[in-house]
Design a protein around this ligand. Structure first.
Ligand SMILES: Nc1nc2c(ncn2[C@@H]2O[C@H](COP(=O)(O)OP(=O)(O)OP(=O)(O)O)[C@@H](O)[C@H]2O)c(=O)[nH]1
Ligand SMILES: [Mg+2]
Length: 357
């Protein structure tokens, strides 16, 4: 590919799937020539609604995603999916599964689905995801879905590219709820209890609601409180909004608050049959509308960009510190520390200064 040709840029802007796929392959290979292209595409990006779908392995993220694609297509939206598998560098199994589960849309010219494989370390994968996102955004997809397994904190980081985050869980997973409690919950905007055809769904929905209430009560920093509360307040006389909040969201009355506080939606779905997927799609689109209307979209994107750039810098440092010149430098410093000519503070400061040059 002629790396910086205007025709390549034009093809991406026009949504040419083959050119998009070729460019994403360059991203995956970390090929240098991708950089000029992505830099040029930046000015055309920023319009897509970016949706993160995360949750434990096997919760049904791909099945939910497949059904959501159908819902968004009914509303005439062009959809792109990035399926990220951070768990293994040999991604065969899971990604093959993702492809099969989303096969329904393989022939739709307005649906683009791509799996992203690991480049060896998680930071690299996060960066590849960010670059892929920018390409698809410039290709004018209305909705871009990032599907990624979320169990540990580091995997969940990838969804930080998203404007709206859907946490998918399943009934009766005690440990799963613990993991959500342990901090992942703070990133969720919408909660999906999938496999609602199984026992214990009601209980899981109740548990999640209770956790969310407790978080609000304790003034825990959650992504949703400010957004949902301010939108609710601005639409006090809008019966459709009030109805929607009273339904899937649930509302909690807290001492010391003049208005009831809406919780984020907790929606029980059966992705296999499509049950409540329409409601989930509605909640996602409403969340996007709320972000724009309240001005919080900009704030969230600021936070996301801050994280992304910080991450890129950390990647650069990691790359540089692993270069053979840096290793040589480091070994010399270690020798001096052993000889008590330097202490570890001085040695690390010297290496830091070396890295900056
Ligand atoms: N009973 C039931 N099974 C479901 C439902 N949704 C998905 N499944 C099944 O659950 C299994 C895992 O579904 P996936 O969509 O691959 O789950 P995932 O979260 O994407 O999995 P990974 O990407 O591997 O983490 C598959 O066998 C699905 O058919 C549901 O609503 N009910
Ligand atoms: Mg999957």
């Amino acid at each position: 590919m002629d790396a910086v040709s205007d025709s390549t840029i034009q093809e991406i802007l026009n949504g040419n799937m083959r050119t998009i796929a070729r460019l994403i392959s360059l991203v995956e290979r970390n090929a240098k020539e991708r950089i000029e292209l992505i830099k040029k595409l930046h000015q055309y990006s920023g319009k897509a609604h970016v949706l993160g779908i995360t949750g434990p392995p096997g919760a049904g993220k791909s099945t939910v995603t497949d059904k959501l694609i159908g819902e968004f297509r009914k509303r005439n939206k062009r959809v792109a999916v990035i399926a990220v598998d951070p768990s293994s560098p040999f991604t065969g199994g899971a990604i093959l599964g993702d492809r099969i589960r989303m096969m329904n849309h393989a022939t739709d010219p307005d649906v683009f689905i791509r799996s992203l494989a690991s480049r060896g370390h998680l930071g690299g994968l996060a960066q590849a995801c960010g670059e892929t996102l920018r390409i698809l955004d410039a290709a004018q997809y209305d909705i871009i879905i990032i599907e990624t397994v979320g169990v540990g904190q580091s995997e969940v980081e990838i969804v930080r590219y998203a404007d709206t985050i859907v946490l998918v869980t399943v009934p009766g997973l005690g440990d799963d709820i613990q993991a959500i409690k342990a901090g992942i919950m703070e990133i969720g905007d919408i909660f999906c209890v999938n496999k609602a055809d199984k026992d214990g769904t009601e209980r899981t929905v109740r548990e999640i609601r209770a956790m969310l209430e407790t978080a609000i009560l304790n003034n825990a920093p959650t992504r949703f409180t400010e957004l949902y509360a301010s939108y609710y307040k601005n639409h006090q006389s809008d019966s459709a909004v009030q109805h929607s909040f009273a339904g899937h969201h649930g509302i909690t009355n807290l001492p010391g608050h003049e208005l009831p506080i809406p919780l984020p939606p907790v929606i029980a779905t059966v992705a296999e049959t499509g049950k409540n997927i329409q409601e989930l799609a509605d909640a996602i689109i409403l969340h996007g509308t709320m972000l724009k209307e309240t001005g919080l979209l900009e704030q969230r994107r600021n936070e996301n960009l801050l994280w992304e750039i910080e991450n890129m810098v950390l990647d650069m440092v990691t790359e540089k510190i692993n270069s053979s010149e840096s290793r040589n430098q480091l070994e010399k410093l270690v020798a001096s520390v052993q000889l008590r000519k330097l202490d570890t503070f001085e040695a690390s400061r010297k290496l830091f200064e070396y890295l900056l040059h």
